[in-house]
Design a protein around this ligand. Structure first.
Ligand SMILES: Nc1ncnc2c1ncn2[C@@H]1O[C@H](COP(=O)(O)OP(=O)(O)O)[C@@H](O)[C@H]1O
Ligand SMILES: [Mg+2]
Length: 151
């Protein structure tokens, strides 16, 4: 498993930016959205990563945590024809998968032009697409964060 160890929020955002840019490549055998689960405890850097990721896609403006609103949507500018919308979802406060289904999850993940970042993906495990990527976040101290690509 590839592990990146970040020593600051800035480095986490830089890593996320690069990760996002690496993703902007045509995928083979794709039917739906590109879904990336961000797993790890509170304060491990998931939202910080999402901010860098969005910047890497060219999203401008404020990127705030969707903890209270559950879902946030951003237009991806100048992305050619690959992706046009980024969704950032936080499942921390949901009661069950129905909360996410009610927000139009099925349409959201069926569009191959969508990228969907999901914090607390384990809470909606049974509705995640089989080909979703999974990043694991771990706090290793006050500022060190390990980020691993699980699959
Ligand atoms: N290397 C680092 N990467 C990301 N966040 C860090 C790092 N070092 C310290 N932090 C702090 O850890 C917290 C991470 O918060 P956040 O990204 O909201 O986590 P989560 O979404 O996983 O709950 C922030 O307060 C941030 O300033
Ligand atoms: Mg968060």
């Amino acid at each position: 498993m590839k592990v990146f160890v970040s020593s600051s929020t800035r480095k986490t955002q830089h890593f996320a930016k690069q990760f996002a840019r690496d993703i902007l490549k045509p995928r083979e055998g794709t039917r739906g959205a590109l879904v990336v689960g961000l797993r790890g405890p509170l304060g491990s850097g998931k939202t910080t990563f999402a901010q860098g990721f969005a910047r890497g896609l060219g999203v401008t403006g404020k990127i705030l945590s969707p903890t209270f609103v559950i879902i946030k949507r951003y237009k991806i500018p100048d992305s050619g024809s690959l992706f046009h919308t980024l969704y950032h979802i936080d499942c921390y406060r949901i009661e069950g998968t129905h909360d996410i289904l009610e927000l139009g999850w099925k349409e959201l993940v069926s569009n191959p032009k969508h990228i969907v970042l999901v914090e607390w993906p384990e809470r909606i495990q049974n509705i995640l697409p089989k080909d979703a990527l999974l990043l694991e976040f771990e706090a290793k101290g006050e500022r060190a964060r390990a980020i691993s690509l699980v699959h």
